[in-house]
Design a binder for this molecule. Structure first.
Ligand SMILES: Cc1cc2nc3c(=O)[nH]c(=O)nc-3n(C[C@H](O)[C@H](O)[C@H](O)COP(=O)(O)O)c2cc1C
Length: 202
């Protein structure tokens, strides 16, 4: 877990959300074992609650496991684009979170739908962190093949996926650790990324 970087406060307070934002890191190497049923249920509920609360109609998120999960992972890694994430073939994560958007045909509507889906996915990723699970946004995947392997509700367009698994006990020598040092550790301070306001005040 990273320490609070001292750059952001909301009315003098480092909020639980800020701590979560600082704590959460992309994970490409998961510990053996599976997320528990209660964790997956709590995550699904958090996604539902967020979507209801903000009134987003476009996002379509789904969680797959077992043979379905392996099929989706194979589809994600197929083709040239899928070669970006070879580690997915060997992952110990036992669930995949899929993020789709129900897109209207007009470009502005499509852009809005994708933003809604991305926000919902990020909330899911943070909720997963809070529940003790590790995640990694993945868009370097074969979207069409995944849509074929696991059609999302209402014909939603696939935006990204993420493994849902147990965090590693320690970071050893690995691709994950290399990326962590190259990118995660060089994050901008939260104050440059986060705008603190209340939804009601908008
Ligand atoms: C939209 C999006 C797509 C991403 N796609 C991939 C991907 O295909 N493979 C991967 O290993 N990481 C992917 N990432 C994770 C980034 O590499 C990661 O966010 C970056 O390394 C910073 O690390 P951090 O999330 O720990 O801060 C993606 C992140 C975002 C936001």
């Amino acid at each position: 877990m990273s320490k609070y970087d001292g750059t952001l406060q909301l009315r003098g307070e480092v909020t639980p959300l800020m701590k979560l934002l600082l704590q959460r890191r992309s994970c490409r190497r998961y510990a053996e074992g599976s997320a528990g049923e209660a964790q997956i249920e709590a995550l699904s509920a958090a996604i539902r609650r967020f979507q209801e609360r903000v009134g987003f109609a476009a996002p379509r998120l789904a969680i797959v496991e077992g043979e379905r999960m392996r099929e989706v992972a194979r589809a994600a890694m197929s083709g040239v684009i899928g070669k970006i994430n070879p580690w997915l073939a060997f992952t110990h994560a036992r669930h995949l979170l899929l993020c789709g958007a129900l897109c209207p045909p007009d470009p502005a509507g499509r852009a809005r739908a994708i933003k809604q889906a991305a926000m919902t996915m990020q909330v899911a990723v943070l909720a997963a962190t809070e529940l003790g699970l590790a995640t990694c946004w993945m868009a370097g995947i074969n979207h069409e093949r995944v849509e074929g392997a696991f059609p999302l509700e209402g014909g939603a367009e696939l935006i990204a996926i993420s493994p849902l698994g147990l965090p590693p006990e320690k970071r050893g020598l690995s691709w994950d650790n290399l990326v962590f040092h190259m990118t995660s550790k060089r994050r901008k301070p939260l104050a440059e990324l986060v705008r603190a306001e209340r939804w009601e005040e908008r």
